[in-house]
Design a protein around this ligand. Structure first.
Ligand code: GLC
Ligand code: MG
Length: 589
């Protein structure tokens, strides 16, 4: 039986209607970053060359051919800089050198050159909102007097209350607890407070200070001179603070808590001047007439609505911004339809591509998240005592979601291991947990398990120690049992495996330039389906992408099934399956 209840099932060719064009095609010779698929490597957890249980740069370099074969265009590496690792490297002590756990600067250069030789671009992570408390600047600030130039690189303030022993305002830390910590004066008496929107060991840098701006200009050049193709910019919405430092009552997880009520530490207008300045630096590296030489900036900015995010990708600012509204969408066609439509509307208005993403190192892996009944804010960490999500349902939906995502025009990010369908580690014993969120919220109302469950080392080979992650059995976080059967060597070349699905999707998408296509809602779209077409700029190829969210299988119109996220049911699309179907030429034009 088909879902006649909502009246949209039927053969399109029987009843053609005008397509609802959402997004026009791009010129096929647009620069690479407008349709790139970028693979995120979390260096600690991808490949360990020396058996210390921590992934490293030589380990990554050795496995780069895997990414060429997967069919991605670029890699983004989470931080590999010198760091005490209180926030897994997002606490940088030296931006111009590599942490010895990961290797050396020479190893980074070899990695970049090897990637380029394989046709892969390389993005590195830039963490400009805060340094580590072990950065030489912060050490100097602590040793210096209040009011000194050393302190002016950070955000130091006198405390409130008669003795200054209350924090300057009520700002919280994103990781739980308060957002200010007090330090002793050089003479040992209790002194000023400094702001840390994240961990206490991540003091926020003062972007009002020109010395700070000049320093990060120089850091950009340092890496551009070493050949990197761009930067993923950490906490891009946080650098500038409302200089009146008002108390605030909103959630730290949302930039705009109510329409027009923007949080004073997020998405302040001043951030855009910084990105214009950086864009001018990056543009100096473009070889005239060679769009392939363009270097890019990608914003990690948790801002809403889509229009606010689009401000980060205006023509003279960044190139890309992660579409977290898409990532945060629950398993619901109306939600996806809304976010897709709004994303194109907002980004097309500024001439920028949309940048789709479903997983990263900060959120539940989508093979788990999509099986969780979500209430309230995005779920953050699942433990052995929590209800356990259904892994089969999660994987089925994850495959359907990715198949849908990779049919969308624009760019996309893929997080390491999602191409294997890896789930979140949902039963990790607490003694392994390292995320500062876990430690800072323990025993409080804000309690959260944190993000370790999505950061577990990769599974390469079922029968090897550490599942082939490294030459020893050591792993800095434990791998769940489920990973063995999902290891690369179990899926490589196996028809129907998640790895084969990703390879097929990426190959077809690249060959037919889906990233540059035009998007229109299709008449099969309905309350229990999501259906759109991706049509090539020259109009010669139209592919229907249909996801069935309903309980009953859905019939397809005439056409050739190219790829399906799971088996079809007598030619019909079952629940939680996405299909790509090539429509006869001339359809929808
Ligand atoms: C970003 C990173 C996250 C980190 C935080 C502080 O959100 O993705 O991992 O903890 O910034 O740097
Ligand atoms: Mg190692």
């Amino acid at each position: 039986m088909t879902c006649a209840a909502y009246g949209k099932v039927g053969r399109v060719t029987d009843a053609p209607t005008l397509p609802d064009l959402v997004h026009p095609a791009n010129s096929p010779d647009s620069p690479w970053w407008r349709d790139a698929v970028i693979y995120q490597i979390y260096p600690r957890s991808w490949s360990d060359s020396d058996g210390d249980g921590i992934g490293d740069l030589p380990g990554i370099t050795a496995r780069l051919p895997y990414l060429r074969d997967l069919g991605v265009d670029a890699v983004w590496l989470s931080p590999f800089y010198v760091s005490p690792m209180n926030d897994a490297g997002y606490d940088v002590a030296d931006y111009r050198d590599i942490d010895p756990r990961f290797g050396t600067l020479h190893d980074a250069e070899v990695l970049i050159d090897t990637a380029h030789a394989l046709g892969l671009k390389v993005l590195v992570d830039l963490v400009p909102n805060h340094t580590s408390s072990e950065h030489e600047w912060f050490r100097a600030a602590l040793a210096a007097e209040p009011g000194s130039p050393e302190r002016a690189r950070y955000i130091f303030r006198d405390g409130a209350g008669p003795h200054g022993d209350l924090p300057p305002n009520n700002w919280r830390s994103v990781f739980g607890g308060r957002g200010w910590s007090r330090v002793p004066d050089p003479d040992g008496t209790p002194g000023q407070w400094y702001l840390h929107i994240f961990d206490t060991t991540q003091p926020d840098v003062n972007w009002e200070n020109e010395e700070v701006r000049a320093e990060y200009d120089d850091i950009l050049r340092f890496w551009l001179d070493r050949g990197v193709d761009g930067f993923r910019v950490d906490v891009a919405h946080g650098l500038v603070k409302d200089q009146t430092f008002p108390d605030t009552t909103g959630s730290m997880h949302t930039a705009e808590n109510a329409p027009g009520h923007r949080m004073p530490m997020w998405d302040q207008d001043g951030v855009h001047d910084i990105y214009r300045r950086w864009r001018r630096i990056l543009d100096e590296y473009t070889v005239p007439g060679d769009p392939d030489s363009e270097r890019i900036l990608c914003a990690e900015a948790w801002v809403q609505p889509e229009e606010a995010l689009a401000r980060y990708v205006r023509p003279d600012e960044m190139h890309q911004a992660f579409n977290f509204e898409f990532l945060d969408t629950r398993w619901d066609p109306a939600g996806y339809r809304h976010v897709i439509t709004e994303s194109y509307r907002s980004n097309d208005a500024v001439g920028a591509p949309t940048t789709w993403v479903l997983s990263n190192h900060d959120v539940l892996r989508h093979a788990t998240r999509l099986a969780v009944v979500q209430e309230g804010y995005r779920p953050n960490g699942i433990g052995a005592d929590d209800p356990q999500p259904d892994p089969e349902l999660g994987l089925r939906r994850a495959r359907a979601a990715t198949t849908m995502m990779l049919a969308l025009p624009g760019g996309a990010y893929v997080y390491q291991g999602e191409e294997l369908g890896l789930p979140e580690h949902t039963t990790m014993p607490d003694e392994w947990r390292q995320d500062p969120i876990f430690h800072r919220t323990k025993g409080t109302d804000e309690f959260a398990l944190g993000r370790d469950g999505c950061r577990v080392p990769m599974a390469w080979a079922k029968d090897e120690p550490s599942l082939g992650f490294g030459p020893s059995a050591k792993t800095w976080l434990p791998q769940p049992e489920a990973y063995a059967a999902l290891a690369v060597d179990q899926q490589d070349g196996v028809p129907g495996s998640t790895l084969s699905l990703y390879r097929d999707l990426l190959a077809y998408r690249r060959k037919h330039r889906f990233g540059h296509g035009a998007l229109a809602w299709h008449e099969l779209d309905g309350p229990e389906t999501l259906a759109f077409t991706n049509t090539s700029g020259d109009g010669t190829r139209t592919v229907l992408c249909l996801t069935n969210f309903g309980d009953e299988p859905v019939s397809l119109p005439d056409g050739d099934v190219i790829i399906s996220s799971g088996p079809l049911d007598d030619g019909r699309v079952p629940t939680d399956i996405t299909v790509w179907l090539r429509l006869p030429t001339g359809h929808d034009r």
